[in-house]
Design a protein around this ligand. Structure first.
Ligand code: CAA
Ligand code: NAD
Length: 283
């Protein structure tokens, strides 16, 4: 199977990054969101990213234009009819994702692969709402997409070898390194990362140290590029909470209990960098 056209659903921080790397790898890309404004915000962020590459002499101005021309805004799910591969990157919520996959299953051609960029939700459960579970797969990019090398590829219970191989090829084509894992809550990346972030939030909640101290310790002491609270703000506190809930529900173990402070911040609308406030304040 030859993938030529990719539709990315959700033009937030992940969807826009995924659309960018796909367009840079010569794919025709639809970037889809609920409203034109949301799509435009994603396209603006891609445009800024590409301008920076041109300024740094890493990309010719004509190439930037060519990449932008390969990107097509979409607010109609019917564009899925032209896609060989759909990569879903909407909010980390099972109901929203399953509704989306039902619609995509109706719209996308029979041969199309439906991939999810979910951080933690079971691919098998998402696949089960479609009539093509063998063509559903997890394609988990890391944030920020243009920089991070990994794509964690998650096989659902029924994902076919053919589909896995196509996704592995596309991953390499967009300049990333595929690593295969099986379908368990949080996969590998967030099963290990998110409890660490949650523990850092518990340490703050219990008054063990100030946010800056917690982050400095993990940066200087463990050589992490960002401290866990800065990273949580960067990922989005809503996404962090959804992931912890998925781990707690999926494994039925209290060790994954989301910190009450994380819940409180999300309820207050403090979602981290994207909302301007989380553990830190952003202008
Ligand atoms: N989008 C695109 N490029 C970006 C970027 C963004 N949001 N932020 C930074 N960059 C680029 C910069 O342009 C710069 O590129 P060049 O070197 O080519 O000029 C490069 O990244 C380094 O940036 P900076 O020098 O400004 O800053 P830095 O050295 O601190 O690096 C970082 C920034 C790459 C984000 C680094 O802090 C880092 O690696 N942080 C940890 C990121 C991480 O852990 N990601 C995984 C999150 S978990 C996840 O994604 C899974 C999930 O499901 C939640
Ligand atoms: P985000 O909040 O930045 O973007 C989500 C986008 O989806 C928004 O633009 C929203 O308008 C759109 N959306 C919501 N419902 C929709 C619908 N029904 N139809 C079309 N668009 C819809 O979130 P994000 O950080 O980009 O995360 C998206 C997905 O990627 C989540 O599943 C998340 O777990 C996963 N993920 C996030 C990170 C991260 O670090 N933030 C890393 C890897 C994976």
């Amino acid at each position: 199977m030859n993938v030529k056209t990719i539709m990315v659903i959700g033009a937030g921080q992940m969807g826009s990054g995924i659309a960018q790397v796909c367009a840079m790898a010569n794919y025709k890309v639809f970037l889809h969101d609920l409203k034109e404004d949301f799509v435009q915000r994603g396209l603006d962020s891609i445009s800024r990213q590409l301008s920076r590459q041109v300024e740094k002499g890493r990309m010719a101005a004509e190439e930037r234009e060519a990449v932008l021309e390969r990107l097509h805004p979409s607010t109609s799910i019917q564009n899925a009819a032209d896609a060989d591969l759909v990569i879903e990157a909407v909010v980390e919520n099972m109901d929203v994702k399953t509704q989306m996959f039902k619609m995509l299953d109706e719209m996308a051609p029979e041969h199309a692969i439906l991939a999810s960029n979910t951080s933690s939700l079971p691919i098998t459960e998402i696949a089960a709402v479609t009539k093509r579970p063998e063509r559903v797969i997890g394609m988990h990019f890391m944030n920020p997409v243009p920089v991070m090398k990994l794509v964690e590829i998650i096989r659902g219970l029924q994902t076919s070898d053919e589909v896995y191989n196509v996704i592995e090829t596309v991953t390499k084509q967009v300049g990333k390194v595929p690593v295969e894992v099986n379908d368990f809550p949080g996969f590998i990346s967030n099963r290990i990362l998110m409890p660490m972030i949650n523990e850092a939030i518990f340490a703050l909640y219990e008054g063990v140290a100030e946010p800056e101290a917690i982050d400095e310790i993990m940066k200087l002491g463990m050589n992490h590029p960002m401290g866990p609270l800065t990273l949580a703000d960067f990922i989005g506190l809503d996404t962090c909470l959804y992931i912890m809930e998925t781990l707690q529900e999926g494994f039925g173990d209290d060790k994954y209990r989301p910190c009450p402070l994380l819940r409180k911040y999300v309820k207050a609308g403090w979602l981290g960098k994207k909302s301007g406030k989380g553990f830190y304040t952003y202008s």
